[in-house]
Design a protein around this ligand. Structure first.
Ligand code: 2IP
Ligand code: CA
Length: 377
C-alpha cells in the first residue's frame, strides 16, 4: 500500500490532468460551465461557476483516496456538491463508477450529445497515475488515517480557470491574474483538534512545453505532525520589510494601513490558494484577507505547507481581538473541524473574520500591528 502523502499527490496529479484535458477540449469546456445557485453560491460573486470538471475532479479524488484508505471514507469533504444539472435541466449525481464504460455512460447523460468528450473524461478518470518522484517515494509517515480527515478544493480560482488569460506577465514573480492561479488543493487535518497535517498544492498550468505547447504542471507538499516538519520546498527567505499580497477586492482601509509598512511591496493576485502559494514560495511574506470569503477547502492544504516551513495561517479577527485585549501568546490559527454556528451551505465552512497567511513570525507581528490600527477591523 502506498503512503497517504503519496496517495494525496497522485490524486492531485490525476486532478491536474483532468483540469488540463477540460481546457484543451474547447467544446467540452463550453459545455461544462454551470451556474451555482442557492446556498452553495460564494456570496462575493454575483455570478459564480460550477464546472463539471470541478465536480468530477472532487469525486475522483474522493474515490481514489477512499479506495486506498477505507478509514477515510465519510471524512473526505470538498467544496462541491456532486449534483450537476444537465442541459435538459435534470439533476445527475456525478460519481466514479466501477468501470470506464459505466463512468462514460453516466457522463454521457450530462454531456449529451458530446459522446467523445464523455469517453475522454472517463478514460482520464480511470487512468493510473505513476509518480516518478524519488524524494516523495522515500517519505515514510506513521500517521494513522483514522486520525485524519480531508478538505478538497478541486479547482481553486474557478473564475481564472474558466476565463483567465494564459499569458499574464508576473510582477516580482507574482501573477496578478490568469490561468496559472487555478490550483488543485488537497489538505488533511486532525479530526479531533482540527489543525492541518498534510498539504498538497498542484499547479496544473505552471508552464507551457515549448515544443508541444501543452501545459505542464508541478506540485508541492508539506507535513506537520508532532515533531515532524517536512516539505518539498526549502523555507523561503524573508524580505527585509514585509511584502504582502491581497485580493483585488480587499478593503481600502486595509490597503491604506499596509501601505506604510509595505511601500511598493503590496501586490494583488487572484485565487486564495494562489496567494498562499506566493507566501509558500517566498514571493510574498504574507497574504492578508479581511473578509470571510475563503473556506476550509481553500486554506487547509496551503496552511499545512506553511506550518511545515515555520509559518502559518492565523484567524485575523481572533488575532486582533487577542491583541487588543493585551494577550501575549501566539495568535489563533485557523482550524478545519468546526462549522460556523448558525450558518448554512458553504458558509458553514467560511473562514469568518478573515485570515493572515505568513511565512515568518516577525512579519506576522508587523502586519498585525498595522492592522490593529484599522478601526473597521
Ligand atoms: C475562490 C477563489 C477566489 C477567491 C475566493 C475563493 O475559490 O480562490 O479567487 O477570491 O476567496 O473562495 P480572490 O481571488 O478575490 O482572492 P473558488 O474559485 O474555488 O470558488
Ligand atoms: Ca476555492
Amino acid at each position: 500500500m502506498v503512503g497517504l502523502l503519496q496517495a494525496l499527490v497522485a490524486a492531485s496529479e490525476k486532478a491536474a490532468q483532468i483540469a488540463r484535458l477540460c481546457r484543451r477540449e474547447e467544446p467540452l469546456f463550453q459545455l461544462l460551465v454551470a451556474e451555482k445557485t442557492g446556498t452553495d453560491r460564494n456570496r462575493r460573486f454575483l455570478q459564480d461557476f460550477k464546472t463539471l470538471a470541478d465536480v468530477l475532479i472532487q469525486e475522483v479524488i474522493k474515490h481514489d483516496l477512499g479506495k486506498e484508505f477505507p478509514e477515510l471514507q465519510g471524512h473526505i469533504h470538498g467544496e462541491e456538491s456532486n449534483e450537476f444539472r444537465n442541459g435538459q435541466g435534470e439533476t445527475v449525481e456525478v460519481r466514479v463508477c466501477a468501470t470506464p464504460g459505466d463512468t462514460a455512460a453516466l457522463l454521457r447523460s450530462v454531456l449529451e450529445p458530446e459522446w467523445e468528450a464523455a469517453e475522454l473524461l472517463a478514460a482520464a478518470v480511470h487512468q493510473d497515475v505513476v509518480l516518478e518522484d524519488t524524494e516523495l517515494a522515500g517519505v515514510v509517515l506513521s500517521i494513522p488515517p483514522t486520525d485524519l480527515a480531508i478538505w478538497i478544493d478541486p479547482i481553486d480560482s474557478t473564475n481564472e480557470y474558466i476565463s483567465g488569460r494564459e499569458d499574464v506577465t508576473p510582477i516580482d514573480g507574482i501573477a496578478p491574474a490568469g490561468l496559472c492561479s487555478a490550483l488543485v488543493l488537497i489538505g488533511a487535518y486532525d479530526r479531533r483538534v482540527g489543525c492541518p497535517v498534510l498539504g498538497v498544492i498542484n499547479e496544473p498550468f505552471f508552464r507551457r512545453d515549448t515544443l508541444t505547447h501543452r501545459w505542464q504542471g508541478r506540485y508541492h507538499w508539506g507535513i506537520v505532525y508532532g515533531d515532524t516538519r517536512l516539505c518539498s520546498l526549502s523555507p523561503p527567505l524573508p524580505h527585509p520589510a514585509p511584502c504582502v499580497v491581497l485580493s483585488r477586492a480587499e478593503a481600502a482601509a486595509v490597503r491604506a494601513a499596509l501601505g506604510p509598512v509595505c511601500g511598493d511591496r503590496l501586490h494583488f493576485a487572484a485565487g486564495a490558494g494562489y496567494k498562499m502559494l506566493c507566501v509558500i514560495l517566498g514571493l510574498a511574506d504574507a497574504y492578508v484577507l479581511s473578509e470571510g470569503s475563503t473556506f476550509a477547502w481553500d486554506a487547509c492544504a496551503p496552511h499545512a505547507i506553511l506550518r511545515a516551513l515555520g509559518g502559518g495561517v492565523v484567524a485575523l479577527a481572533g488575532a486582533l481581538r487577542m491583541r487588543r485585549a493585551g494577550g501575549t501568546g501566539d495568535p489563533p490559527e485557523l482550524v478545519y473541524n468546526l462549522p460556523a454556528e448558525g450558518a448554512v451551505g458553504a458558509e458553514r465552512w467560511a473562514n469568518r473574520g478573515g485570515l493572515v497567511a505568513y511565512a515568518h513570525p516577525q512579519h506576522l507581528e508587523t502586519v498585525l500591528a498595522a492592522l490593529a490600527a484599522v478601526p473597521e477591523l
